[in-house]
Design a protein around this ligand. Sequence first.
Ligand code: GKR
Ligand code: MG
Length: 413
Amino acid sequence: MKIVDVVITPIAFRDPPLLNSTGVHEPLVLRCVVQLVLENGIVGLGECPGGAAETSRLVRAAQVVKGMDVFATTAARQAVHRALGGAAVRVEERDSAWAPLEVAALDAQGKLVGRPVCDLLGGAVRAAVPFSGYLFYKWAEHPALDGHPAQSDAWGPALDPDGVVVQARRLIDGYGFGSLKLKGGVFPPEEEIAAIRALARAFPGLPLRIDPNAAWTVATSQRVARELTGVLEYLEDPAPGLDGMAQVARSTSIPLATNMVVSNLTHLSPAVAQDAVQVLLLDHHLWGGLRRSRDLALLCQAFGIGLSMHSNSHLGISLAAMVHLAASVPELAYACDTHYPWNAADDVVRPGVLRFVDGAVPVPTGPGLGVELDEVVLTELHQAYLDAGRERRDDTGYMRRVVPDYDATLPRW
Ligand code: GKR
Ligand code: MG
């Protein structure tokens, strides 16, 4: 069954002022929606990070899959890699352009054969996929800039341990999350340690993680690890670089997790050789789609590396894809990350299918991804993208508009 068209729609959706080690989230997230059209009219959906460079790669990738068989995904990936410059271009860039096309192809395949995507990945080994509540330090509002008034949101501020606990309670009450991850690297480590301790007191027994995105030196990471031994489920990307992570790993019993130092296959062997990471965060957007992520899970199993799942600001097409992937990977033993609660109000898929029950998303059972595109919302979000006139995510640039001397150099502490 031939792919006759691929429609790429850049979109922008609202995001609260969430803080991280490089700055603060801008008021709008840039993303792309892919609609892959088959000759019989079936449409497969995909979603991926947006921005000018990402969209231009995706457009070039889409050109080469037109006319190919929707089941020929291996050949299509190779064609996309060649079209994007082959080995001269970073594999992450090639695979990121291919990933939403693969997801859309699998959605279309599932609709053709009347089976959910997880069945095309070998079948679901769990009926629902557990997620962890993703906590962020955040400002109360986006500041007034460029003649636009300040924009507050229903979440309120979270700038100290009490604020983090309030946010956690709200996420747990609303979604039932059974574990929590704090995005750190924002305040001095002592304050973030205090926030983790406050969470441990408020929610005894709940697995906790912190991810400062390489904001700490090796020595600081070792100190934080000593203080939080017995409190953390895992410690994510405390220090920059593989050598830094390996040094930290040698000095702590807390498993180290990463989505930063292992982001393509060539990173795996050195990470294993140094025993630098004990948990890898899968991300089909980065690793070239659902099938390659599932294959990566097998490799990790071979090397005794545990699996969790990474997230970036996203909507329901990505959430559905993440759920189908996680459902089909037996080795995935940790609750997955998701930004969805922060962005769900602008979802581009029709409500009803994706829901959280006790912190887990039941695997959609309809054909393909099992979700339906809301064309009206898509048009609105596309207009928002055009009106925004932005080209890329720039957490640091946005922060500097508010804090002009903000220094984004890492490690910071
Ligand atoms: O949304 O600010 C954020 C996160 O920091 C995100 O960009 C990271 O990619 O969640 C991510 C992570 O686990 O490193
Ligand atoms: Mg991370």
